[in-house]
Write a protein that binds this ligand. Structure first.
Ligand code: ADP
Ligand code: MG
Length: 560
């Protein structure tokens, strides 16, 4: 293995890379950095997560002439999300080099601001082909000083229809330029592109010998299509991960599962190729800042996502091939953290899983699904911890007075405490399922977890509803009652049958909560929520009196 110190790199970069915690170069880095630095055209092929960004990032930075303030390198990425990630990584590598300026340029960002930064002199830009083309056409970017063009995730860019833009951009750079292309796969379209624009490129392909990602506990559960959803929810409840990623094999499956999870009150959203860039950005932003706990994605959509602390990866659908399996589970356990991968197996899929196991030498063990009492136990433990914490935080005198009152009515403290715990933990909807029975007898009925489907036709993603059709409701519980948005969604969906994703903005204040719901559902909700409890608190739901302007402002705040 090659250490960065052993490469002919500048001190500043060696120090920055050490700060980033990189101990040695990954194979694609070891094989490509020096060749790129030599000025040759390069085609680099290796799987996701193998460090391609630093490979071209380091080489690119070493080729930049710090005294020349003109644009010298252009890095093209398929999406805004990736452009930002690449830019962040390059800025980390530039930590000790102050004289190199980089700028990400992508759609959706005010172009004026980009233009003014560009005027001040930027040597490297990282952008999506569309926005780079924009700047070229506006003449705010001139390609005639560019010495190097890097195409990151070239296969993905072609898939997304950027071929013409890429060719136009390549056509504008001077003849004396270097073109470096990185891709996870090499379809013929890419080979055509390289034949047309690269000169005797060096082709570097890294095949992973060791396919399995270490440090990840891998388990599988036997389920049937019909019980899969319930099984997934149980495992989620059992481990209660802060961030988890669920893989489905198709876009349709992603949409279905997101809807079902939202209907059950989970904070889940989907990511797949049919979403507009702006929707993908919104989802990713929520996932990063943890307003979103569960991301449901297809393999392609999840490619390139770089979120480090995903606790559990779920294979809701068993992936088609072993490499996908490895890529998927590699999303957890990053940066030396512990991770867990859970795979759901229906019937004969077990043979496919065995193939994957033998190919990757992965250790995937069968695990029994948690029973309801297992989950109750976990919830009870968590709740006792919460109680202990609340006691240690103090400020209880107001409540002590209430307890005193009750004691004077002849209730014992122990009964009062027990009743409170019951109110918090008891879930009247929970009924146990005999998973084994279902696993043996595989029902053909498609997905489980039936929910009333009354409003499903008008489905829209959360937060993309039409203003006119939404009404704001007031609920008399809030932060003080430990209410989370998912509790609100869960209660409304569970008690009234309105699909979870129809519920709009939720704003939780200390004492109360605002939630936006479709106008047509208000009646149902008001009557359905009558005499119901949320986390043990009797709730009162009514139409809010907020002025519309105010309401819009609040909503905006929630979604930004
Ligand atoms: P790719 O573009 O090949 O999918 P990335 O460049 O996104 O992969 O890298 C994946 C992750 O690995 C990132 O978190 C990155 O910081 C990290 N990484 C890259 N190179 C190294 C290295 N030499 N040692 C340790 N981690 C690395
Ligand atoms: Mg990459």
């Amino acid at each position: 293995m090659l250490k960065f110190e052993e490469m002919p790199l500048s001190d500043e970069i060696i120090r920055a890379v050490a700060d980033m915690g990189f101990e040695e170069a990954t194979p694609i880095q070891a094989q490509s950095i020096e060749i790129i630095m030599s000025g040759r055209d390069v085609i680099g092929q290796s799987q996701t997560g193998t460090g391609k960004t630093a490979a071209f990032g380091i080489a690119c930075i070493e080729k930049i002439d710090e005294d020349d303030k003109h644009l010298q390198a252009v890095i093209l990425c398929p999406t805004r999300e990736l452009a930002i990630q690449v830019c962040e990584e390059i800025r980390r590598i530039l930590k000790y080099k102050d004289n190199i300026k980089v700028l990400p340029v992508y759609g959706g960002q005010p172009i004026d601001r980009q233009i003014s930064v560009l005027r001040r002199g930027v040597q490297i830009i990282i952008g999506t082909p569309g926005r780079v083309m924009d700047h070229i056409e506006r003449r705010t970017l001139r390609m005639d000083t560019v010495k190097m063009v890097i195409l990151d995730e070239a296969d993905e860019m072609l898939d997304m229809g950027f071929r013409d833009d890429i060719e136009t951009i390549l056509g504008k750079v001077p003849d004396e330029r270097q073109i470096v292309l990185f891709s996870a796969t090499m379809p013929s379209e890419i080979l055509e592109l390289t034949r047309k624009y690269q000169r005797q490129p060096e082709y570097i392909k890294v095949v992973r010998k060791e396919l399995t990602v270490p440090n990840i506990e891998q388990v599988y559960f036997d389920v049937s299509e019909r019980t899969k959803l319930e099984a997934l929810c149980r495992v989620i409840d059992m481990y209660n991960p802060e961030l988890s990623l669920i893989f489905c094999n198709t876009k349709k499956r992603v949409d279905e599962l997101v809807e079902q999870l939202q209907g059950r009150g989970y904070f889940a959203e989907g990511l797949h190729g049919d979403l507009k860039q702006i929707q993908r950005d919104t989802v990713m932003k929520k996932f990063r800042n943890r307003t979103l706990e569960i991301l449901v994605a297809t393999d392609v959509a999840a490619r390139g996502i770089d979120v480090d602390d995903i606790e559990i990866v779920f294979n809701y659908d068993l992936p088609q091939d072993a490499e996908y399996y490895v890529h998927r589970i590699g999303r957890t356990g990053r940066a030396g953290r512990n991770g867990k991968a859970c795979t759901f197996i229906v019937g004969r899929e077990i043979y496919k899983l065995r193939d994957i196991i033998s190919y990757t030498k992965a250790k995937v063990v069968n695990q029994k699904l948690p029973t309801l009492s297992d989950i109750e136990q976990v919830k009870a433990n968590n709740f006792s911890e919460e109680i202990k914490k609340t006691i240690s935080e103090g400020h209880l005198s107001k409540y002590v007075a209430m307890v005193d009152n009750m004691i004077s009515e002849d209730f014992s403290t122990i009964d009062i405490a027990a009743a409170l715990i019951k109110m918090h933990l008891y879930d009247e909807n929970s009924t146990d399922i005999d998973f084994d029975k279902f696993a043996r007898k595989d029902y053909e009925r498609g997905s489980g977890g039936k929910r009333p489907e009354k409003y499903e036709k008008k489905k829209k993603g959360r937060g993309e509803y039409n203003d006119e059709n939404m009404v704001r409701l007031f609920i008399n519980v809030g932060n003080k009652h430990k209410i989370k948005a998912k509790d609100v969604v869960g209660a409304l969906a569970g008690e009234t049958g309105i699909a979870g994703n129809l519920i709009g903005a939720i704003e939780i204040m200390d004492d109360f909560t605002f939630v936006d719901v479709p106008k047509d559902c208000v009646k149902e909700i008001l009557s359905g929520m009558k005499n119901k409890k949320l986390k043990g608190n009797k709730v009162n739901v009514e139409q809010a009196q907020t002025a519309k302007k105010d309401k819009d402002k609040k909503k905006k705040k929630y979604f930004e």
